[in-house]
Design a protein around this ligand. Structure first.
Ligand code: ZN
Ligand code: ZN
Length: 620
């Protein structure tokens, strides 16, 4: 077998598995930093290590902390700020605030399925003497809130094990971990942890390490150059985000420093909506000459009262059609009550219907547990007549991938109901979890081409009172900025397309959550979006609880370029299953030959007649 490690100094080695593991040696004893994955054993054997005395983790992410069984007597040290995310993970998996609505993403769901026994916790400046080495802890948040860097002084050199702060010169492993709110919830905080990341990188630079050893990535022998390149690229990428961001309309105070910045699209004026429209909450209503109403979205019970008031006042007769723009909770929370109160046909796009008819199958930002009944599912371009208006439905992957758009023509206007997908300032792509894909004919590129072709006289956003439109020049401005983003964000990641670093859901489990019974069988599909221009192979293996006493073999599929592929598993649930409740099933992924560790997860909710506490296997 090929050697999978390199030597940094007399006593320090790095194993290059799916992550880098630091191996500090002293005879047959070792201290390991970020041990993960089964291939580590071969390296330890080759180095003659028989006694792993101590283990340190830079941060809590499951993809860099699992797969290497920890020796019973080893000391295990973690950042104090993340200690509970190692030792009490059941809290996260059983708390509905981390399952539904989801406006905050700290901690991240790349959380361990099983708790780890922790013996030591570290804060800034802590020192660990081990063999001939001294390790110093630097708190370096950014990739996660409590991430630390371990500085290793050994053999007259200094190495910084910097976690996932930086992947390589000018590169990041991914950016969805940097989604963080500053004056807002995390939901609106695209790249919101970039200042924290910058401060952490500067802190590491200050202590003059000989080399940076990242968890994901390659050893960097010129830390200054590596950090400068990343900070410069990140600033450029962020600038290209702000340039056409719709958020400048909602939170202008966040972007004051960019005012008048060249290359940033000026914010457009609104215009009054036609008099036959009403707007309350996130709902738009069209009132026909017949007195009938066409309603879009229903986010709160208050909307019902307002519609009933319009009926009482004689402004409308009845609601005869209902359209759902997208799955976000502030648009669907009260749909079940609406459907009770106003029996009419509910229509939505096919991609939106997948989520709102079965929300338990998804874990997405702002997701509502409310289940919507859909009577008619539209395909891209389906048209129908509603009184004096012609309606045409589109898949409109703007604010989220799971989003529709509706063109309404009549009474001398062409109105486009864009859900939450534009404001007068640009595009609503501030949440990476929403899957705003970059590239030709996907994401906002597809939406803008459609607007360019349809030329609506009025565009409507569910959160904005005025109508607006865009000039051809403004549409071209946004398209050019997106094309530039595709280039600069692709350079930011080690992947061959930006979407792998930006689309948190390029690998996903369906259903995300399902109910099961001991003795039954669960069906689990692992879906993978190939964002590359070449075919790619993907391998998946669900990791079952140890107490189930069985393994599911890994399965592989080949996915054509720019397409979704999937791998199906039938998973028997043991009759004798002790632990009922929420069981986390991590899924190990290998993509195009590159192992990614326990990259994603699914949830099984097991019901049975016996009463046992909620736990997976050891229940610590
Ligand atoms: Zn990580
Ligand atoms: Zn929305």
């Amino acid at each position: 077998m090929e050697t999978q490690f390199s030597q940094l100094s007399q006593h320090l080695y790095v194993h290059h598995g799916h992550v880098n593991t630091g191996i500090l040696c002293d005879g047959d004893r070792a201290l390991l930093i970020d041990p993960s994955g089964e291939t580590l054993h071969a390296t330890l054997t080759e180095l003659g290590i028989t006694n792993v005395e101590q283990i340190l983790f830079t941060h809590h992410h499951r993809d860099s902390t699992t797969g290497f069984p920890m020796p019973d007597n080893a000391r295990v040290g973690v950042p104090e700020k993340e200690a509970s995310w190692f030792a009490e993970v059941e809290t996260f998996w059983n708390d509905s605030q981390y399952r539904w609505h989801l406006y905050n993403y700290h901690p991240h769901n790349l959380m361990l399925a099983d708790a780890i026994r922790v013996t030591d916790t570290y804060t800034e400046g802590a020192q660990i003497a081990w063999g001939s080495a001294v390790l110093t802890v630097l708190e370096t948040p950014g990739h996660t809130d409590g991430s630390v860097t371990y500085l290793v002084d050994v053999d007259d050199k200094r190495f910084a094990f910097s976690g996932d702060l930086i992947y390589d010169e000018g590169k990041l492993w991914e950016l969805y971990s940097l989604q963080k709110g500053q004056q807002t919830s995390d939901y609106h905080g695209f790249l919101g942890a970039r200042e924290e990341l910058k401060e952490s990188l500067e802190k590491v630079r200050q202590v003059s390490p000989t080399a940076l050893v990242p968890t994901h990535g390659v050893v960097m022998n010129d830390p200054n150059r590596a950090i400068d390149a990343l900070l410069e690229r990140l600033a450029y990428c962020y600038d290209k985000y702000v340039a056409i961001s719709a958020l400048r309309h909602y939170f202008p105070q966040l972007f004051e420093e960019f005012d008048g910045h060249p290359g940033h699209m000026p914010i457009r004026e609104g215009k009054p909506p036609p008099e036959f429209l009403r707007h309350f909450g996130t709902t738009w209503m069209i009132i026909s000459e017949t007195g009938e109403a066409f309603v879009m979205d229903c986010g709160s019970p208050n909307i019902l009262k307002q519609i009933q008031q319009l009926q009482t006042d004689g402004e409308i007769s009845e609601v005869t059609q209902f359209w759902v723009t997208h799955y976000h909770d502030d648009h669907v929370n009260a749909i079940p009550e609406f459907q009770e109160a106003f029996p009419c046909e509910t229509i939505t796009d096919t991609v939106v219907a997948e989520v709102i008819t079965n929300p338990i199958g998804f874990r997405l930002p702002c997701i509502s547990p409310s289940v919507t009944r859909v009577d008619r599912i539209t395909q891209d371009g389906d048209s129908w007549q509603w009184n004096e208006f012609t309606m045409t439905a589109y898949h409109f992957p703007g604010q989220t991938y799971y989003h529709g758009g509706l063109l309404v023509e009549g009474r001398g206007v062409r109105m486009f109901f864009a859900g939450d997908s534009f404001t007068m300032a640009g595009i609503d792509d501030y949440c990476s979890g929403n899957r705003n894909l970059l590239g030709a004919d996907v994401g906002y590129e597809k939406c803008l081409r459609l607007i360019q072709e349809l030329k609506p006289t009025h565009i409507f956003n569910c959160h904005v009172d005025p109508a607006f439109d865009f000039t051809d020049a403004e549409i071209a401005w946004m398209l050019d900025t997106l094309a530039e983003r595709e280039k600069c964000y692709t350079e930011l990641f080690p992947w061959d397309h930006a979407n792998y670093g930006m689309d948190e859901h390029w690998v996903r489990c369906y259903p995300y959550e399902q109910e099961g019974t001991p003795g039954g069988t669960a069906q689990l599909r692992v879906e993978v979006t190939n964002h590359s221009d070449e075919p790619r192979t993907a391998t998946a293996q669900p990791i079952l609880p140890a107490s189930w006493g069985m393994e599911i073999a890994s399965r592989e599929t080949t996915i054509p370029p720019r397409t979704d592929g999937h791998i199906d598993f039938s998973i028997p649930i043991p009759q004798s299953c002790e632990a009922l409740g929420r069981i986390v099933i991590p899924v190990d992924i290998t993509y195009n030959g590159q192992p990614l560790g326990q990259f994603r997860e699914a949830i099984f909710v097991l019901n049975g007649s016996r009463h046992t506490p909620l736990c997976r296997n050891n229940g610590s």
